[in-house]
Design a protein around this ligand. Structure first.
Ligand code: FUB
Length: 320
């Protein structure tokens, strides 16, 4: 009897420690994908796609974008679904990856969704911008039409090549938008953040599929993206001395993830540590259309190159 009790106690303790210290996936009440974290006034805001497909579905069902916040990287508070394709009168279809950035106290939310057939587009993926005075909204369409429609980019024939916007504002105030599936496109943005300030440029980073993420650290610019892995996407990166390139491919920093064909990067530095956000299909009943966001630590070498990100169940520790 004593032995059985001791045995049960050991199981209970190991379960407690396993559950207690398993942060990943960080959001367990929703299926979330395509992490887009920002730091604003000491708080991390995490914008996510929202997978609502059924367990047997073989395609996406994504009706809105969600936002969560945290001040310790462990407790994530749900702050609502402030934007959906319904925010844009010209949009229809799924709410693919989005990215939010702050400028002069306004929050610009760049989305990839799909365009109705009208005088501006024959349909296909398009990029829109919503704006708000607060990181959690309410957001309204900032332009009244799409920023990018399928007809504006001619290098790929498929209708979903204009997805996955990522915006980067350089130290001199110049903003850039990067996006694409199948090839990477980029353009300068005007200070108003809702108009292009130059032509659309095209790039083909090694093994590029989609999901660009651009940022600067010290004097180096980093371009991370979902790349072709053996069986599923993985994350590659390139560096440059300019946000306009040329980009030097530096390799793979994250291998394919469990139970999801796609993976999507998001990077922040917060309270002295570097964090890598991504998604996988690891929640029970999860999969390629029912994904979940995770966070692991990111480490740089002295020359600025990035070490391989180790995917863990434990995730990261709470910061004080
Ligand atoms: O979430 C829908 C699409 O899957 C995103 O736009 C891509 O980056 C991939 O994660």
């Amino acid at each position: 009897m004593k032995i059985v009790f001791k045995y049960m106690l050991t199981i209970a303790f190991s379960l407690y420690f396993h559950i207690g210290f398993s942060q990943n996936p960080i959001i367990k009440d929703f299926f979330t994908a395509d992490p887009a974290p920002i730091v604003y006034k000491d708080t991390v805001y995490l914008y996510t796609s929202h997978d609502t497909a059924s367990v047997t579905s073989t395609n996406y069902e994504m009706k809105d974008w969600l936002v969560f916040s945290s001040t310790d990287m462990v407790k994530w508070e749900y702050r609502g679904a402030p934007v959906s394709p319904k925010t844009f009168s010209w949009a229809t279809g799924d709410a693919y990856a989005a990215h939010c950035t702050e400028r002069d106290g306004k929050f610009y939310f760049y989305v990839s969704t799909f365009h109705k057939q009208d005088e501006n587009s024959q349909g296909g993926a398009a990029i829109g911008v919503a704006v708000a005075d607060r990181p959690t909204g309410p957001f309204v369409d900032a332009i009244g039409k799409a920023l990018v429609v399928n007809e504006m980019t001619k290098d790929n024939e498929h209708g979903w090549d204009d997805i996955d916007p990522a915006v980067f504002i350089d130290d001199d105030g110049q903003a850039y938008i990067y996006w694409g599936n199948g090839s990477l496109k980029w353009a300068k943005l005007k200070d108003n953040m809702i108009e292009m300030a130059g032509p659309i440029n095209y790039l083909n980073p090694e093994n590029f599929i989609e999901g660009p993420w651009v940022y600067k650290r010290n004097d180096l610019y980093y371009l991370l993206y979902a790349s072709k892995g053996e069986k599923a996407e993985q994350i590659d990166y390139a560096i440059s001395s300019s946000p306009e390139g040329p980009w030097e491919h530096k390799g793979t920093i994250m291998e394919s993830v469990p139970n999801s064909f796609t993976v999507h990067p998001g990077v922040i530095s917060y309270k002295g540590k570097d964090y890598f956000f991504y998604h996988n299909g690891a929640l029970p009943t999860g999969g390629s259309y029912r994904r979940s966001i995770c966070i692991d630590y990111m480490y740089y070498n002295e020359d600025g190159t990035i070490q391989k990100v180790i995917q863990t169940k434990e995730g990261v520790n709470a910061v004080r």
